[in-house]
Design a protein around this ligand. Sequence first.
Ligand SMILES: *Cc1c(COP(=O)(O)O)cnc(C)c1O
Length: 432
Amino acid sequence: MTADRNQILFDRAARVIPGGVNSPVRAFKSVGGTPRFVQRAQGAYFWDANDKKYIDYIGSWGPMILGHGHPAVVEAVQKALLDGFSFGAPTEREVELAEAILARVPSMDMVRLVSSGTEAGMSAIRVARGATGRSKFIKFEGCYHGHADSLLVKAGSGLATFGNPTSAGVPPEVVQHTIVLEYNNIEQLEEAFVTHGRELACIIIEPIAGNMNFVRASVPFMKRCRELCSEYGALLVLDEVMTGLRVAFGSAQSVYARDIPGFEPDMTVLGKVIGGGMPLAAFGGKRHLMEQLAPLGPVYQAGTLSGNPVATACGLATLAEIGKPGFHEELSRKTQALVSGLTEAATKAGIAFCGDSEGGMFGFFLFPELPQNYAKVMTTDNKVFNTLFHGLLDRGVYIAPALYEAGFMSAAHTDADIAETVAAAAEIFNLL
Ligand SMILES: *Cc1c(COP(=O)(O)O)cnc(C)c1O
């Protein structure tokens, strides 16, 4: 047997990088086995350190909506590189990208560019607190908004209590203003507003939660979030770092606006797709809120690499491609084909299975019905998932190495890739 280069690299990595990875989910801790070190990628595929090819359904956890190495994006990045990597002074492309983002997400009047979703989420909450003069905010269990201190929190015991830190190094005092509620629980939400409504700066929510697999906020729940925020003078902040421009041209907020007339958040957090794979994220919203930011207003926020010229070139080229007519329709068609193919294969094999998707984002559960909240997601079968994960990996299909993550389709995936994926899954289902 030839040496496993993934294992060799992982051993080397583990000596110099904590856990061998620069972001925890990459370590395969929940599924076991050796993480694949990516050597190169093209279109819908990447090759690991052993030169084994995989169909990639992670796409860097969302950004690679065009697939890897799209020629127009590569060209834009190469051209930008020659003009300089970073200046710490304004550039035309930042203005162009801001305009392009606002054209797609019209609930925002102004936007500020940053380098990561974590930064964007943290800054949006700071603006919400600064603009309202209030400290408390609501987040929902199972939603992830980056790793800022006040957001690393889980529900305390009892209803609508303040949370407990989920990470060492976060003092309890730092999360004392964070109220953690159950996703899709209208009753608990109403109770929290009755108790704390006038002290709440905002609700922050993933409209379609992609960090507990794939769980939609129900339309009545989202509607109630909007109504209560308006009634109590709190802001509704949609974290669309994952869903933004991926689930629809106008992001998840445009999907909810179909069912809730006039639906708009006060602020939106974006990342992933808008950078096309480069470190770029953004937060934006109504003009009077965004004008709270320095240098105009009292809310401080800054970044050495914010609006980086190479990242904005990558984002602009990506946005130009996904703005082409029919882009999301075709992406949706393929995502739906994958989810229904997997569902059919599992059902034939007598395995409990259900899935859901919106645009180019999907999720599935080895469970008879779609979970509505984090506690329910936690009850789904991890052992069967791990068997499926490793079976697919052996067969050259790379899905998220954890049950609690969403999946991502790209424009580069072909019907043949989807058929191959479904056939691989069917083989595994029949062995279970
Ligand atoms: C990925 C993600 C973040 C964090 O973005 P980073 O760029 O990893 O800091 C925040 N919110 C949501 C919904 C995400 O999916």
